[in-house]
Design a protein around this ligand. Structure first.
Ligand code: NAD
Ligand code: IPM
Ligand code: MN
Length: 367
């Protein structure tokens, strides 16, 4: 049997730093669990722009379309701030999402017991938290036409369009209901049907899809109220489904519930491929963190947990994903902390590679 294929795109800033730790973990599974991958590596974002003058080459795009899963670090950075919009690092990531048609972006927010004291919210608000935000990823205001900056009278106007078709809402809603069925059977849909037509249609379509999932308790919330409820009592939620922009904002907010943006993984899933598995890209929710890039301070856990999501959703290795997540939990319970997780007195932070090594040691201990 051939090994499953994995394309690694480390990207910019802390992307390559956290990805180096994931490489160690991939190697560990090859050496210890008879689970090897055909790994190829490519450039995305600023790194690709520097080498090729574009944030994603057609060759890398084709490779991404052909592999079983893509694992991405992060893109962007101040070095690229002045570039033309069409070649900015972020465009490379958006092209991957759009052309691979990765419409369902799963962003779990889980609070590890060892970090419950560390959240900016009170411990009882976040302890045991385990929610899943499903963000629509290939449409909405990120991609809607018309868009651009135009001249109007004697001034310029910036234009973006929020646009959703029924089928786009239907398919992301179905993926959220499917997840809810495998979790706590509760789904909250968030939009702004009080002010936006796209929100009215969103609510109608989600309500229609709910008829196919009678076991799931569906609720609706305006996204602004949803943001407030996420901070007030996040444990009221199980699965949240929302559009591209609201999902971007709500998932960063949810990240802080867990203690650090450096903890949150994500899976971006599309339609099933010939092998029955979804087309998929896995990446941490955080960005390239230019403020700490190159200093060995980045927390690699978000990227490590993104690989764990790949094991679960692309490679049917749920037990090995459990093993990796338990190893991360063990390391945190033992008090190992990167600098972003410091709250307790007298704890010396470990480096990015120190955290990766600690996870490897916990994996060794799991055998
Ligand atoms: P960011 O997520 O890069 O950083 C926000 C803050 O969180 C910073 O203080 C950073 O140091 C910290 N942080 C983030 N990840 C961390 C980690 N793993 N360990 C420790 N601390 C971490 O967001 P930003 O500063 O708004 O954006 C920087 C660049 O990244 C921008 O160019 C932006 O477009 C890009 N970005 C890319 C992605 C992506 O590639 N998916 C996501 C978000 C932002
Ligand atoms: C994310 C990021 C991206 C987004 C950017 C870098 C294009 O913020 O993945 O959350 O806005 O979707
Ligand atoms: Mn974001």
């Amino acid at each position: 049997m051939t090994n499953p294929s994995l394309l690694i795109l480390p990207g910019d800033g802390i992307g390559p730093e956290v990805m180096a730790e994931v490489r160690k973990i991939i190697d560990w599974f090859g050496a210890n669990r008879d689970l090897s991958f055909d790994v190829s590596e490519g450039l995305v974002g600023g790194a690709s722009y520097d080498a090729h003058g574009t944030p994603l080459t057609d060759e890398t795009m084709e490779l991404a379309q052909s592999v079983d899963a893509v694992l991405l670090g992060a893109v962007g950075g101040p070095k690229y701030d002045e570039l033309d919009f069409s070649v900015k690092p972020e465009r490379g990531l958006l092209r991957l999402r759009k052309e691979m048609d990765l419409y369902s972006n799963l962003r779990p927010a889980q609070c590890f017991d060892a970090l419950a004291d560390f959240s900016s919210l009170k411990k009882d608000v976040v302890a045991g938290l385990d929610i899943m935000i499903v963000r629509e990823l290939t449409s909405g205001i990120y991609f809607g036409e018309p868009r651009g900056i135009i001249e109007e009278g004697n001034e310029r106007v910036g234009i973006n369009t929020q646009r959703y078709t029924e089928s786009e809402i239907d398919r992301v809603a179905r993926s959220a209901f499917e997840l809810a069925m495998r979790r706590g059977k509760k789904l909250c849909s968030m939009e702004k049907a009080n002010v936006m037509e796209s929100g009215i249609l969103w609510r109608e379509v989600v309500t229609e899809v709910a008829k196919d999932y009678p076991e799931v308790e569906l609720s609706h919330m305006y996204a602004d109220a949803g943001a407030m409820q996420l901070c007030r009592w996040p444990k009221q939620f199980d699965v949240i489904v929302t559009d591209n922009l609201f999902g971007d904002l709500l998932s960063d907010a949810a990240a802080m519930l867990t203690g650090s943006l450096g903890m949150l993984p994500s899976a971006s899933l599309g339609a099933p491929m010939a092998n029955g598995r979804p087309k998929a890209l896995y990446e941490p929710v955080h960005g390239s963190a230019p403020d700490i890039a190159g200093e060995g301070k980045a927390n690699p856990i978000a990227c490590i947990l993104s690989f764990s999501m790949a094991l679960r959703y692309s490679f049917d290795q749920g037990a090995e994903a459990d093993r990796l997540e338990a190893a991360v939990e063990r390391v945190l319970a033992d008090g190992v902390r990167t600098a972003d997780l410091l709250g307790e007195e007298g704890v010396t932070p470990v480096s990015t590679s120190g955290m990766g090594d600690a996870v490897i040691a916990a994996l060794d201990a799991s055998l």
